[in-house]
Design a protein around this ligand. Structure first.
Ligand code: GDP
Length: 140
């Protein structure tokens, strides 16, 4: 299987509870390598653009407000089949449905404050990586 990249966000509920290290450790233990990382405070414009696909969903406004409520850590992860591997270690969107041992089962507070974002396809991963990182910031 090929080594590929995916995009991850450690969300405000996790940074607020000082879980950046614990989440990163879970990603690394799942075989993913953090090849780029920065802690940022998203602007409303950035969050709205990033989640534009959800613009028509009833929770869009709440989601944007949540994502700008505190700092986030944006990361590029690399590994074997990285998109699928990351989705597996993240767990289901709703922590109530997430499998034992997954990041969302362990740490998420609700379907919205669910601790991590992970790209859902290689195509979206490339778009999301380019949204936050210059090529020179991804250092392997
Ligand atoms: P993901 O790919 O597992 O993150 O899930 P989605 O792409 O479906 O949703 C994006 C994000 O929107 C989720 O990670 C949650 O933070 C939030 N979200 C999804 N569904 C709901 C919902 O029903 N209510 C609220 N408040 N937020 C939601």
């Amino acid at each position: 299987m090929a080594v590929t990249r995916t995009f991850s966000i450690i969300k405000p509920d996790a940074t607020a509870r000082n879980l950046t290290g614990a989440v990163t450790q879970a990603l690394e233990e799942a075989g993913l390598r953090v090849v780029a990382s920065k802690r940022i405070r998203m602007t409303r414009e950035q969050a709205e653009a990033f989640y534009a696909v959800h613009r028509e969903r009833p929770f869009f406004g709440d989601l944007v407000s949540f994502m700008i409520s505190g700092p986030v850590v944006v990361q590029v992860l690399e590994g074997e089949d990285a998109v699928a591997r990351n989705r597996e270690v993240m767990g289901a969107t709703n922590p109530a449905d997430a499998a034992e041992g997954t990041i969302r089962k362990r740490f998420a507070q609700s379907i919205e404050a669910n601790s991590v974002h992970g790209s859902d396809s290689e195509e979206n991963a490339a778009t999301e990586i380019a949204f936050f990182f210059e090529p020179g910031e991804i250092v392997g």
